[in-house]
Design a protein around this ligand. Sequence first.
Ligand code: ATP
Ligand code: MG
Length: 391
Amino acid sequence: MADIITLDDVSVVFEHGGRLVEAVSHANVHVEEGEIFGIVGFSGAGKSTLVRTINLLERPTSGRVVIDGRDVTTLRGAALRELRSGIGFVFQSFNLIDNVTVAQNIAFALKAAHVPKAQRRPRIEELLRLVGLEEKIDSYPSQLSGGQKQRVSIARALANHPRILLCDEATSALDLETTEEILALLKRINAELGVTIVFITHQFDVAKAIFDHVAVMEHGVIVEQGTTIDVFGSPRHETTRALVERYLGVAIPRQLVPQLPSGRLIELRYKDEGAFEPLISDVSRRFEVSINVLHGNVGYFGTQAIGTLIVLVSARQEGQRGAFVVQAAIDELSSRVADARELSVALNDDIGASVDAIFVDDAYDAKPPAAASDAYDGVAYDGDAHKEVLA
Ligand SMILES: Nc1ncnc2c1ncn2[C@@H]1O[C@H](COP(=O)(O)OP(=O)(O)OP(=O)(O)O)[C@@H](O)[C@H]1O
Ligand SMILES: [Mg+2]
């Protein structure tokens, strides 16, 4: 499938207090037409900056932005406005204008794209039907729930039939149930309208539910990218591991650790139909080792499953021969799963690292919403349009 978005060696450098900050460093991204492409990473990783280069809300310091095969990096004026009107933007904080109705909020975007007045109301009705909010057309944002506000903001983002929808933490301010509703809506928009979606999130549940491809960012760098099942099924980078660990909930009660027989602790991951049961019994029989299952979990990524198992492999006999068969058994186990790694028996090191990551992430949840100035960036209308619609 052809790329609809290509970021070619894109870097963004900010000057802040006399210091240069490289918010994005040499990023290469290929988004295929019709897919849902995700970007994950901890706070400050550069996710928003990267996504904002796609519609040039942030202009790359170096590198190229190519949309539909056309280099748009240096577009300005009317050409830039036209590009932006074909790219919808949805924010965590909804960015609706409080003192006008739902209809008027959407009308701004139509006005900005020079849609004649007579065509606006029918289009607004159509958009609200799409997001399931027809009856709220004349309500004010303050009369809506968070999920309803986000539906309005999605309707507004879709007003001018964009082929690309950028979502920056679009579900992060919503509860679990509402998040699921919004994700279902976005999936439907993706499938039925063929809109390509680029979605930033730090919520692993969101990532694994809707992303086709995912890029993991850390300190401005894309440290890992690929299909969601590959990246999360066999994480290579510690940031990805921390995200996956948190979701799969790998933890062995501390008090159990001293009671474990001596042996080596191995974490195994399988994808899809792989089954541990026959593998464990097969290997323990053939290699004369004991394999204790300490923890097991299965997580679903769309329709695909990733299973995690932590096992303790111990020899049935002492000495060198014992160590040898344990190694052979571990090699065999590793060769038959998607991913395997050894955990230190002083488990707290490994578990501690993911717990630290979780605390970092929780602090991030408490972050205040994006600056109000963003409200006007994504929808590409100006102050005069605002006045006229109100008048
Ligand atoms: N306009 C700016 N001027 C100076 N520095 C900036 C600017 N915008 C972002 N940065 C810096 O660039 C880095 C990346 O910021 P960015 O907002 O892209 O991260 P993020 O991954 O979206 O974080 P979060 O998850 O908290 O939204 C941070 O160090 C941030 O402080
Ligand atoms: Mg951000």
